[in-house]
Structure formats: C-alpha cells, structure tokens
Design a protein around this ligand. Structure first.
Ligand code: NDP
Ligand code: GDP
Length: 327
C-alpha cells in the first residue's frame, strides 16, 4: 500500500486529492495546523465523506521541526505540498505571513524531505499567478514570470526552491503550475464561490445584490476534481518536471457571473453592483494556459466545463443555504 502525506488536506484541493488517493488505495496522512475550532476544520473532508478515512497529523509549514517529525513518522512515498495562505487579496494585508507560509514554508518542507525522506516524491502547488503581468498571450512552462502580488512573489520562491532542490539534491520534485480551479469546496472569498453563493442567496431571498470588484479580469477556470488528477500523474512519472495545468479557455468574471445567474433564471443586470473598494492594488488582467505538455506526457485533459462546474456550485450553495435555513 502506497503512503501519501498531504499538507493543506483541509483545503479544497487537499480534500479532493485525499479522495482520489483513497480511491487508488493509498494510506493518506494529512498535516493539520492547530486550531481552537478543530471540530469544524475537517468540513471539506466530511462533505466528501472521507473524514474518518484519513489520518491527521499536527504540524505547521512555519515550523520545520513539526514537518521533520511528520515526514519521519509517516515515511510517505509521495508528499503533496498544498498548504498555503492562498488568497491573493489577503496577501497585501498580510504580506509577511504570506511570504513565510506560501514561500519559505515550501523550503521548510523541502528541507524536511531532504533530511528525513529523500526518496519520497514531492509535489509543489505552484500557481498561474506567477505569470501575473503576462509576458505572452498564452502561458506555457517556458513563459517568463512577472508576479503581481505578495502571494505570487511567495509562490515564485516556492517554485524555484522546488526546481533548485531537484537540481541540487536529485529530489523527485515536481511543480504543477495550476491555473484557477474551483468547486463547491472552494473558499467563499474567491470570486467563483462568492458569485455562486451570492446568486443562491438572491434566488432564495436572503439578499438583493452581489457586490464585485473588477469584473473585466479574465481567468482560465477549471475544476479541482480534474486538477488533482494531474498532481497525482506528475508523481507517477519516472522523471520529475514542471507542468502547466489549464483548460485553454479564458472568460471574464462578468461572463462567469452571467453563467451563474442563468442557472437560476435571474438577470445579472438586476443584481450586480460594482464596488471599487474591492479592486486590488495591482491586478492580473488575464490568464490563459496551454497544457499541451501535460497532455502529451501525462495524458491529462480537463473534463468538466466551466458551465457544468458553475451549475454544480450554485446548486450546492442553494442546498447549503436551504438546509441551514431549515435548522
Ligand atoms: P485552500 O486555501 O483551500 O487551502 C489551503 C490549505 O493550507 C488549508 O488546508 C490550510 O489550513 C492550509 N494552511 C494554511 N496555512 C498553513 C500553515 N501555516 N501550515 C499548514 N497548513 C496551512 O487552497 P486550495 O486548496 O484552493 O489550493 C491548494 C494549493 O494550490 C495552495 O497552495 C494554493 O495556493 C495553490 N493553488 C491554488 C489554485 C486554485 O485555483 N485553487 C491555483 C494555483 C495554485 P486551514 O484549513 O487550517 O486554513
Ligand atoms: P485569484 O485569481 O487567485 O486572485 O482568484 P480570485 O477568485 O480571488 O479572483 C479572480 C479575479 O476576480 C481577480 O482578477 C479579482 O480582481 C476578480 N474579482 C472581482 N471581484 C472580486 C471579488 O469580489 N472577490 C474576489 N475574490 N475577486 C474578485
């Protein structure tokens, strides 16, 4: 039985990846940081019905000793580093924390792997945000980076640290440059989930409008369930490497929003309010990825369309809200 250690298992991707690995018969360990509300931080694992099938271990990306202990005690074959302060907007409010967790935290874990378990295969959750002010209209593994937020700067540090540990110490360390991916388990502060939750609230009569910032920004949105498959595939290759994971389609926030309103038969014009205070200090205007490398070397392709995903998210939010209202 293969063993995997997932950091960030309580997050969106961690939960979907844990489910995938359990289906593949892995023993799944998850690193969880201490919380005073531990009874609710496995909410995503519960949603997927796997909370009692994973083994949780205390640890924090900020504490190298806890990572060494986690790696030593679990002896994993594969380590997936998904933990991060992952919200771009917060990274301007908490830049030092973001750098420490999302940037230096990667190095903390790489050091633990190098010292305690160098034969383990390592996955780093890199991000399309590293392209920022895009240097090419379509981004590939060879497109130069131009980060536009403290989050993206920190991700770049984590990305290059992963490449460097591969080249310096021969670790089987791969980096997935994943474009935005969403699901009903996406954090509510991200724009897709904010929109699907907002649309559901309006439909049910709990609110009247939806306030957004820059709706002209364009993103290449996929489904987390598809994207965790790519993470696993990267670690099954003989050679480690870096891969862009994207759908190859870019859509404005406005059009994504329209898809969500259409699901419930409401009109965007009647409910959307632009709030300039939600604009960011520096924006990533457009992202569009080319995942040809992943397609040819991993045989990976996205399967779930934006329309199907947004419908799934709106329906999940309607159900959440009606269930919690009924209580
Ligand atoms: P989430 O924000 O949903 O999950 C982040 C996870 O990191 C949570 O489990 C959180 O724990 C954990 N975490 C935060 N700080 C620490 C810390 N100091 N020590 C240990 N764990 C910590 O992110 P996603 O699942 O959406 O994303 C997974 C990874 O992929 C992240 O690294 C993200 O930056 C990256 N990524 C995501 C993309 C996306 O579109 N979703 C795109 C590209 C990259 P807790 O539950 O306690 O808060
Ligand atoms: P990001 O690409 O990782 O920053 O993911 P987000 O989902 O947070 O944001 C995607 C895009 O939506 C960005 O260009 C934001 O500026 C834009 N956006 C517009 N209004 C909002 C909003 O109210 N919340 C969020 N999170 N993003 C918004």
């Amino acid at each position: 039985m293969k063993k995997a250690l997932i950091t960030g298992i309580t997050g969106q991707d961690g939960a979907y990846l844990a489910k995938l690995l359990l289906e593949k018969n892995y023993l799944v360990y998850g690193l969880v940081r201490r919380s005073s509300t531990a009874e609710v931080n496995d909410v995503r694992l519960r949603w997927l019905g796997i909370h009692d099938r994973v083994q949780l271990i205390d640890g924090d990306l900020l504490d190298n000793s806890s990572l060494c202990r986690a790696v030593r005690s679990t002896e994993p074959d594969e380590i997936y580093n998904l933990a991060a302060q992952s919200f771009v907007k917060t990274s301007w409010q908490q830049p030092l924390l973001t750098s420490a967790v999302t940037g230096v935290g990667v190095l903390n874990l790489l050091e633990a792997v190098r010292l305690e378990r160098p034969i383990a295969r390592f996955y780093q959750a890199s991000s399309s945000e590293m392209y920022g002010l895009v240097q090419h209209p379509v981004q590939t593994e060879r497109t130069p980076f131009y980060p536009r937020s403290p989050y993206a700067v920190a991700k770049l540090f984590g990305h290059w640290s992963t490449v460097n540990y591969r080249e310096s110490f021969g670790l089987h360390a791969s980096s997935g440059i994943l474009f935005n991916h969403e699901s009903p388990l996406r954090g509510i502060e991200f724009v897709t989930r904010k929109v699907t939750d907002g649309v559901a609230r309006i439909k049910i009569g709990l609110s009247k409008d939806l306030r957004l910032g820059n709706i002209e920004a364009k993103r290449d949105w996929g489904h987390a369930q598809d994207y965790v498959k790519a993470m696993w595939l990267m670690l099954q290759q003989d050679m480690p490497g870096d891969y862009v994971i994207a759908t190859g389609r870019t859509v404005t926030v406005r059009d994504m929003c329209k898809i969500a309103f259409d699901v419930v038969g409401l009109s965007i014009e009647d409910h959307l309010v632009i709030d300039k205070t939600l604009y960011r200090p520096a924006e990533v205007d457009i992202l569009l990825g080319d995942s040809s490398k992943a397609n040819s070397l991993l045989g990976w392709n996205p399967e779930i369309s934006l329309e199907t995903m947004i419908r799934e998210m709106v329906e999940a939010d309607m159900k959440r809200l009606t269930d919690s209202n009924a209580k």
